[in-house]
Design a protein around this ligand. Structure first.
Ligand code: PMP
Length: 396
């Protein structure tokens, strides 16, 4: 049976992690994997999550299945977090959440929905984007196309992006990163977002907004600005929300596909399709992470503690960004790498070439992806001078 099954290469980022682990150099730095790390290099469980889990252990009475859309209280709290606590869309029942196994599960559900229920639509991704976007939507059978986003000069190309979107066939789906663009770290300004919205309206495109880093850019509310603008201005919209990063729930696989529809009747139609699709993908979603999120967001004290913890993660990343640029200054590279401080979220397109990335790895045990993407949270305050000196060596 298996004689003809060929081997495919593993995920390059995970391969990088193996190489990092095998490296005996005590000065080694892992800037590869996209997981938040604290000053000790650990990815701890947030205190709010731990407290919520302790409460759940005592209060949970059953492990029977939750419904196809997941836990209703999770959906309600997540909708308020994403769309705003006082969103008119929620009052008017124009938006609903379908729980999924992480942001990836939500994207897969969205892809299946588009492929089955909106036949003939292509999906347009930023060039570059998170590599899983490319393979996931193709696996759903969708035609995947690209619009320019960051070019070889390592700059955001808003004009080229808008020009390309203006030629996207009417009705196609356009994937946008809500904030903290992965892999580049370059985000649109509010003025840019308004211009994208105009093109979306003019071409009658369906945006799918991937919201994987709420709270890691400018703040929990601030990061939702574009999502809320689009949800208010457009009658139809898809949003994927992930709780992996901001709740530190990576392995619990917690997220949702949020649908905004023109009326509550149509919302029910769409949601019936999502439940039917989910039934064939994972039947019902995992319960634990969603129960944790619901108990945090449903409790004023835990909510406040969690928001503080997200803010601490956000500020740490921001200070590493400006710290690295400051450390590059004495090497005469402060200006060349100033974009690192202006970018947002977990990742930075440094602008380093594949050859420079390779030298960083071989000569300095600094591990980053060949594209020059660095995971900023992998840096450490006290290692910034080492990193800056290494970068200076490979740049000269
Ligand atoms: N979208 C983007 C842009 C991401 O970077 C990630 C995580 N790396 C996800 C979605 C999915 O996250 P998860 O499935 O772990 O919730």
């Amino acid at each position: 049976h298996f004689a003809r099954v060929a081997r495919v290469p593993g995920d390059p980022i995970l391969g990088l992690l193996d190489a990092f682990r095998a490296d005996a150099n005590p000065a080694k730095l892992d800037l590869g994997v996209g997981v938040y790390k604290d000053a000790q290099g650990l990815t701890p469980i947030p205190r709010a999550v731990k407290l919520a889990e302790q409460r759940l252990v005592n209060s949970e009475t059953t492990k029977t299945y939750i419904g196809g859309h997941g836990a209703p209280e999770f959906g309600e709290h997540l909708l308020r977090l994403v769309l705003g606590a006082d969103s008119a869309l929620l009052r008017d029942e124009l938006a609903g959440a379908t729980q999924a196994p992480g942001g990836t599960g939500a994207l897969r559900l969205a892809g299946e929905f588009i492929a089955r229920n909106l036949p003939g639509r292509s999906i347009w991704l930023s060039d570059p984007t998170w590599p899983i976007h490319e393979t996931l939507f193709a696996t759903c059978g969708l035609k995947v196309s690209h619009y320019p986003y960051v070019d070889a000069s390592n700059q955001l190309q808003v004009e080229a992006m808008l020009a390309a979107l203006a030629h996207v066939p009417q009705g196609d789906v356009v994937l946008l990163h809500a904030c903290c663009h992965n892999p580049t770290g370059f985000d649109l300004s509010q003025a840019d977002w308004r211009r994208v919205l105009e093109v979306v309206k003019a071409r009658e495109l369906l945006p799918l907004i991937d919201f994987a880093y709420q709270g890691f850019g400018a703040g929990l509310e601030e990061d939702a600005w574009a999502v809320r603008l689009f949800a208010a201005e457009l009658p139809e919209l898809l949003i994927t929300s992930s709780c992996s990063k901001n709740f530190g729930l990576y392995r619990e696989r917690t997220g949702a596909l949020i649908v905004r529809a023109a009326d509550s009747n149509k919302l029910t139609d769409v949601r019936s399709q999502l439940a039917a699709l989910a039934r064939n993908l994972w039947s019902t979603p995992p319960a634990h992470g969603a129960a944790v999120v619901a108990s945090i967001l449903g409790d004023a004290e835990l909510h406040a503690l969690w928001a503080e913890e997200v803010e601490a993660m956000r500020l740490r990343i921001a200070s590493l960004r400006s710290g690295l640029v400051a450390a590059l200054q004495p090497h005469g590279l402060g200006e060349r790498f100033a974009h690192i401080a202006a970018q947002r979220g977990m990742f930075s397109y440094t602008g380093l070439s594949a050859a420079q990335v390779q030298r960083l790895r071989e000569e300095f045990s600094v591990y980053m992806v060949n594209s020059g993407r660095a995971s900023v949270a992998g840096m450490a305050e006290q290692r910034l001078e080492y990193l800056a000196a290494a970068i200076a060596r490979v740049c000269n």
